[in-house]
Ligand binder design. Structure first.
Ligand code: UTP
Length: 296
């Protein structure tokens, strides 16, 4: 089986839930503490053995391209001042020439369409898809867990997590054929089902390992739920084709940083996980809670 070495990062969405900020800042450049969302996604991909990074972008996302560029003036200023620690931090943002590619999605026609835009760069190989606004905190990074599972199963794997029934209609939801613990085999997938029509409470979140057949399916795709070309539909079409579709219950905590509440929760969690911030920030949160209680 071919190793997964390519990942697609679809970042061409409008990010309307973060307007007005996203009028001029790509959502993926917004920071959790001091690192943009996209940095967490890139680090996770690297930890899973990804060596080719494909960004599907749109108008107004040039800050993303600049972020991964070298910054010679900044670097020499830091070097002159002997700021080696900061130079090391900057190094994590540098990408090797040729390792990163940018493709434009000219119209926001949906996640499936964004993934399809990268088809020529994917060719006939399995590939990963990472949605940077799903940030996952885990001892072993989520995509690395999935790559390991994929070595056993092959086929298509989507990251999945249990959600409360009233929230299922915000996700793609799995219809489970067989539950094997961390892996489930899937007999159907429904994008954003009505509250009483969700086949389970196992929801798909933003990590995928997919076969090139999914690309070919996207080639033929028509608009699905919400008038968009849905990635879920192209994956669901693989069921019964001989290549399995699996849900993977990853170990870790996922933050929906595409929503304001999720972004704030992630900020608190990542702030508290930092040695340099834990004490001061933790104390502040405690004081805030005490003040709130006293006011009630
Ligand atoms: P979302 O559903 O979160 O949409 O997309 P969005 O545009 O980013 O944000 P809101 O809902 O308007 O606030 C999920 C992922 O799919 C990408 C987004 O960039 C995000 O990473 N996407 C979505 C595309 O690349 N192209 C699209 O046409 C739609």
């Amino acid at each position: 089986m071919r190793k997964v070495t390519k990942a697609i990062f679809p970042v061409a969405g409008l990010g309307t839930r973060f307007l007005p900020a996203t009028k001029s800042i790509p959502k993926e450049i917004m920071t959790l503490v001091d690192r943009p969302l996209i940095q967490y996604a890139i680090d996770e991909a690297r930890a899973a053995g990804i060596t080719e990074f494909i960004f599907v972008t749109s108008r107004g996302k040039s800050a993303l391209e600049d972020y991964f560029d070298h910054a010679p003036e900044l670097e020499s200023a830091l070097r002159a001042k002997g700021k080696d620690k900061l130079l090391e931090v900057l190094e994590t943002t540098n990408m090797d020439s040729g390792a990163i590619a940018y493709i434009r999605q000219h119209k926001p026609l949906g996640l499936g369409h964004a993934v399809w835009c990268a088809q020529r760069l994917i060719g006939n190989e399995p590939f990963a898809v990472i949605l940077p606004d799903d940030v996952i905190s885990a001892e072993k990074p989520c995509l690395a867990q999935m790559v390991e599972a994929h070595e056993e199963t092959g086929g298509n794997i989507v990251a999945a997590m249990e959600v409360p029934p009233e929230k299922a209609s915000a996700y793609g939801v799995l219809d489970i054929a067989e539950d094997m613990g961390s892996l489930v085999s899937v007999k159907g997938m429904v994008e954003k089902p009505k509250a009483d029509e969700a086949p389970s409470n196992l929801a798909v979140i933003g990590r995928y390992i997919l076969t090139p057949r999914v690309m070919r399916q996207l080639d033929r795709a028509n608009a699905g739920a919400g008038g968009e070309i849905q990635l879920t539909d192209a994956i669901a079409a693989q069921i019964g084709s001989g290549q399995g579709v699996y849900g993977f219950r990853f170990r870790g905590q996922r933050f929906d940083c595409g929503s304001k509440a999720g972004f704030l929760q992630a900020t608190v969690a990542f702030g508290l996980s930092r040695d340099d911030l834990r004490d001061e920030f933790g104390q502040y949160l405690q004081d805030m809670m005490a003040l709130r209680k006293a006011a009630e």
